[in-house]
Design a binder for this molecule. Structure first.
Ligand SMILES: Cc1cc2nc3c(=O)[nH]c(=O)nc-3n(C[C@H](O)[C@H](O)[C@H](O)COP(=O)(O)OP(=O)(O)OC[C@H]3O[C@@H](n4cnc5c(N)ncnc54)[C@H](O)[C@@H]3O)c2cc1C
Length: 440
């Protein structure tokens, strides 16, 4: 039986493990931390559980939905599906912006929604409609440019950019407009709005990030005889005659395998392949990534505090979005999210929290003061989806035979997301299965 060793128990590594177990490959997965999920996990704080950062999941995440279905987990058990609606409140004197998708097939659901949008001038609505039509028809770019340039080329007004496109770009690419890749942004817009109206649905987790995928995946893998070793850091990739043969762990254990999948973000991957001559070019590529932070400020209010929508955009504030986590069984819990780099990263934690509390009090004056605040700022939340990055992203194949690369940085065309991570893991699994079949 073919043995696969997966290094990293984030969503990419788990996706690879699930897919390999489905194909009767013997799986061992090693994870350095004491829990699975990587950047998208559940953590403890003062006796309560929180997601390791607020995550947005949408109907276009077919990789994740397909894998859940393959494990026999019904979507309804994990997510509450809601049609996308955009509502954005401004602390400046601007009126709220809102639009809901209309009951038509894609992309007309979006076009109709924009047509009926409130808070955008007639000229801005037409401009946005023209841009969406062009985006739906667009093909891969011959040469990438920035989203700012894309907005300029499509005549989007400063108001449309700051109220509509910038928050969407930050929420999906976690990259400021002047750096963000137009190629990746267009791909996201097409996947979300151009093909099937259900792709733009919001998928609200019923039990937080762990219940969404890591927990069902662990149950599935172990139920199929796969081994998961927590608190097990791999320190060296073992290579013999140009082929990966396993890895060394920090405690001195050597794990042998016929295939090794490195399901790691670039810096962690670089540690493992350091000094490995055939991997020199890959290592160079992996050093070419920059990273962007995401801060999530969790505010616990009395349980009657609700947003009228699962997520509400905020304009003229540090936080760009506020999420109501009542659908995850946490009534009164609001997550305020600040995506991308900015002055907030320099602020002392207490000052940042006070700023967010004040912003929410301005937008929702009838709310009481929060009873508890917990802030998580992840400096390297995602890689920066900057102009030209797609051409630098490595594929799943590495120069060492039987060694594969997974993780959200792999060239899937997606920004740094759960879906990109899962797709990369599944692609690695497919390659392992195909190669084992050829060897047999
Ligand atoms: C705050 C925040 C908000 C986000 N918001 C969104 C969102 O709204 N929507 C979205 O789709 N995505 C979002 N993302 C991005 C998403 O979480 C990531 O793209 C995804 O989790 C990456 O998964 P991965 O498996 O590629 O990497 P990781 O999650 O980084 O997993 C790698 C794993 O490898 C382990 N590891 C590292 N070194 C070793 C070693 N030597 N040996 C063994 N194990 C090792 C690590 O502990 C980790 O568990 C967000 C991320 C953050 C941090």
């Amino acid at each position: 039986m073919t043995r696969a060793l997966i290094i990293g128990g984030g969503w990419s590594g788990l996706a690879a493990a699930v897919e390999l177990c489905r194909q009767q490959i013997e799986v061992t997965l090693v994870e350095a931390a004491g829990r699975l999920g990587g950047r998208a996990a559940r953590i403890q704080h003062r006796g309560r559980e929180y997601d390791s950062g607020q995550h947005l999941v949408i109907g276009a995440y077919h990789g994740i939905l397909g894998l859940l279905a393959a494990m026999g987990v019904s979507e309804d058990a994990v997510f509450e599906r809601r049609p996308f609606e955009m509502v954005s409140l401004s602390v400046r004197s601007a009126p709220p912006l809102s639009f809901r998708l209309v009951d038509l097939p894609a992309p007309f659901h979006l076009l109709g929604g924009l047509f009926g949008a409130e808070g955008l001038s007639r000229a801005d609505k037409w401009g946005a409609l023209r841009f969406c039509l062009a985006a739906a028809r667009s093909k891969d770019l011959r040469e990438d440019f920035t989203v700012q340039e894309l907005m300029y080329r499509h005549g989007q007004s400063p108001e449309s950019v700051s109220r509509l496109w910038e928050p969407i770009c930050l929420a999906t690419l976690n990259t400021p407009l002047h750096e963000a890749s137009a190629e990746i942004f267009l791909r996201v817009l097409r996947d979300v709005f151009a093909y099937d109206r259900r792709d733009s649905d919001l998928l609200l987790p019923r039990r937080g990030l762990a219940g969404m995928f890591p927990e069902p995946a662990q149950k599935y893998i172990e139920g199929r005889g796969g081994r998961i070793l927590l608190n097990s850091r791999a320190t060296r990739l073992e290579i013999s005659r140009g082929m990966a043969t396993g890895a060394m762990l920090a405690d001195g254990t050597r794990l042998d395998a016929d295939h090794v999948i490195l399901a790691l973000p670039p810096p962690a991957c670089l540690h493992l392949i350091e000094g490995c001559v055939p991997m020199r070019l890959l290592a160079q590529r992996l050093t070419g990534f920059d990273y962007a932070p995401i801060c999530t400020v969790y505010l616990r209010y009395s349980s009657d505090v609700r947003l009228d929508f699962p997520m509400v955009g905020l304009h003229g504030t540090l936080a760009q979005w506020a999420f109501d986590l009542s659908s995850s069984g946490e009534p009164g819990l609001i997550a305020a999210v600040i995506s991308g780099p900015g002055e907030h990263m320099e602020l002392e934690r207490g000052v940042l929290q006070q700023r967010i509390v004040a912003e929410l009090a301005t937008c929702f004056p009838h709310w009481p003061a929060p009873e508890e605040i917990f802030t998580l700022c992840e400096k390297r939340a995602t890689f920066l989806s900057r102009q030209g990055i797609n051409s630098q992203r490595p594929g799943v194949e590495t120069p060492v035979e039987a060694c594969w690369l997974a993780g959200d940085a792999v060239a899937t065309g997606y920004p740094s997301t759960l879906e990109g991570a899962v797709r990369s893991g599944m692609e690695c699994a497919r390659r392992v299965v195909a190669q084992s079949a050829r060897r047999a």
